[in-house]
Design a protein around this ligand. Structure first.
Ligand code: MG
Length: 341
């Protein structure tokens, strides 16, 4: 198999601000895996939270070349395991390789990847749409722009929470998912915040406290009524058993898991432990979002809007209709390159 890659600068439709910082653009690495005239597409969205950069991603891709040369893509399970062992961490690079591999396999079989998995696209969930932090006026404008989406995701913002929620509520009474991105360090404060958010129509809460404060999160879970979903606390299946007593569910992202095969294992392990499943994403093009969307019939919640936040997505794939994820009939993960940008 022949591997090639390109670093792509993705311009964000709105400046993206969360608890950790702001950005106007994102650099992701698009990969192509060619074999017997079929090309599988993959993508890495490197995340500084996990010590990943485009350069560290490319290092792993370079290391994978000897592994892929002469490898048999039909042995994708073995190959997937070898990819996972290429480096410590660097799951975005591994995700790019695994997505491209599974895209190749489903394309070679001439079926959509969700069909290969035996899933019904009609049962794909709605996706939330993320409202990034901004001034109250801007937030109200973004909420109006998201009129089509029945479920919105809002980033918590420390001392500005009342202003932010107030701005959202000045426009709509839709249910909200709030993501604190590990922003609260005091459990009493987190408890108070969540109680208030619940009274404001928040129905799901993501990563209220830092991953390192698992005991505090367990304490919190015993006292709140809405589901707590782990995000920064969970990367791969190995992390899940320890979280079962502290969280109600997990947010699976292919960039954290290192690809689709591990994401699937995570779905089944979470289910076995009685946990809910959310499928999330980073700022990603239609490649990685469409790949994750193929798994979405297995999820309780989807937060797969990363491609919608990009102004110059070089690919098209999964569509969204009134918030509903619409999987297409294309073989593989269902993407094709746009003719012009
Ligand atoms: Mg999150």
């Amino acid at each position: 198999m022949k591997l090639t890659w390109e670093v792509t600068r993705l311009n964000l439709a709105h400046t993206w601000t969360i608890a950790r910082g702001s950005s106007d653009y994102k650099e992701n690495v698009i990969v192509q895996l060619e074999h017997q005239g079929i090309t599988g597409y993959g993508e890495a969205a490197p995340n500084v939270r996990y010590n990943e950069t485009p350069d560290s991603t490319i290092e792993v891709l370079e290391q994978s070349i000897p592994l892929l040369e002469g490898a048999d893509p039909w042995r994708y399970v073995d190959l997937g395991q070898s990819i996972q062992q290429l480096a410590e961490g660097q799951t975005a690079a591994k995700a790019a390789l695994d997505i491209a591999l599974m895209d190749w396999v489903a394309k070679a079989l001439k079926v959509p990847y969700y069909r290969f998995l035996g899933l019904d696209p009609a049962t794909a969930p709605i996706t939330t749409y993320s409202i990034g932090l901004a001034t109250p006026e801007k937030i109200a404008e973004k909420v109006r722009g998201a009129a089509d989406f029945p479920f919105l995701k809002v980033k918590a913002s420390g001392d500005r929470d009342e202003e932010v929620i107030g701005a959202v509520r000045s426009v709509t009474d839709k249910p909200l998912l709030v993501d604190a991105n590990e922003g609260w360090h005091d459990r009493e404060e987190a408890l108070e915040k969540i109680g208030w958010l619940q009274s404001e129509g928040v129905t799901v809460m993501e990563q209220p406290m830092p991953a390192a404060q698992l005991d505090d999160i367990r304490w919190l879970r015993e006292r709140v009524d809405i589901p707590l979903i782990a995000d920064e606390s969970v990367k791969t299946a190995r992390d899940i058993p320890a979280l079962a007593s502290a969280f109600d569910g997990i947010n699976i992202k292919v960039m954290k898991s290192g690809g689709l095969q591990e994401a699937l294992r995570m779905v089944w392990l979470a289910r076995a432990l009685g946990m809910q499943v959310m499928l999330g994403c980073m700022v990603e093009t239609s490649i990685a979002v469409s790949a994750a969307a193929c798994l979405s019939p297995l999820a309780d919640y989807a937060d797969l809007d990363g491609n919608l936040l990009i102004a110059n997505d070089p690919f098209e794939g999964v569509q969204v209709n009134h918030g509903q994820l619409v999987l297409n009939e294309r073989p593989g993960i269902g993407v094709k390159r746009r003719k012009s940008q």
